[in-house]
Write a protein that binds this ligand. Sequence first.
Ligand code: PMV
Length: 320
Amino acid sequence: MIMTKTTAHTNIALIKYWGKKDAALHLPYTDSLSLTLDGYYTTTTTHFIDAAQDEIWLDHQLADAAFAARVEKFLNLVRTLNHSQKRICVQTINHVPTAAGLASSASGFAALAGSLDKLFQMNLSKTDLSRLARRGSGSATRSIFGGFVQWHQGTDDASSFAEAIDENPNLPIRLLSVVVNNQEKKITSTKGMLQAVETSPFYAQWPQVVQTDLKSMLQALRNHDLELIGQIAEDNCLAMHALNWTSRPAFTYFTAATYQIINLVHQLRAQGYLAYYTIDAGPNVKIITSIADLAQVQARVQANFPQAQVTKLKPGPGIR
Ligand code: PMV
């Protein structure tokens, strides 16, 4: 029996993906740029089974209907590509701190794509693997590679893929994941993006914002300018969330705790620490800091938010 095990890590976007120009193919309206993280990852094993149905396991239990449906849609795509009817058993383990409530779809679909590539002996290049992972979840396209990664939006399925900018960055960057709320998000990223694209009067500006931020970010990465990297990421994150505030009806992923952490980051910065924040489609905050300031920033976060689950993260590897 062929069993294929693949591990992929999550990534955090420093220049965000927010809006699809093709919903079925997950083609974004803009490029995006991320950092793959070491601490959070998904391990997926697949094998063929002699059965009428696929079997989908998540963290040693049969997956719920919503999770199974998303995985099966992806299995159907890969079966179609391989002219196969074979049923598959998928076993997924999310190595994300319990109750973190963080999006694991990036690492999840990257690991699933990698495992199926081996199971079907497709021998895809990393570029093609990145295109395949994209069909599961947009952000998964970037989790094929380690370190800093750029997703080229492209114009069709063939041209929309990620590329490594620097897989082993020689930069003292560290992240603190601050989890204050582990409830399921009420507005999925797919729904939030659609609402912003269709109703925010500022969405027309977004591609220009990303283009400018991306250019500055690539320059900041070349210059190893960690403060500027943090500042651009923070500004870009706020521009993304402004699209949600200006949707009709308006919505936000921020909660009171989100603002409290933002305030603390501003205080830390005013006191001379390197600290910036970025936030995705949920209330939790990732603080961008440096090796030198990590311990102090972490101590302050923990003292101010004793209930929060705080995890230290550093650049992580690509799929393996
Ligand atoms: O991959 P999706 O469809 O869950 O979208 C991810 C959206 C953000 O996390 C908010 C931004 C990003 O670029 O990862």
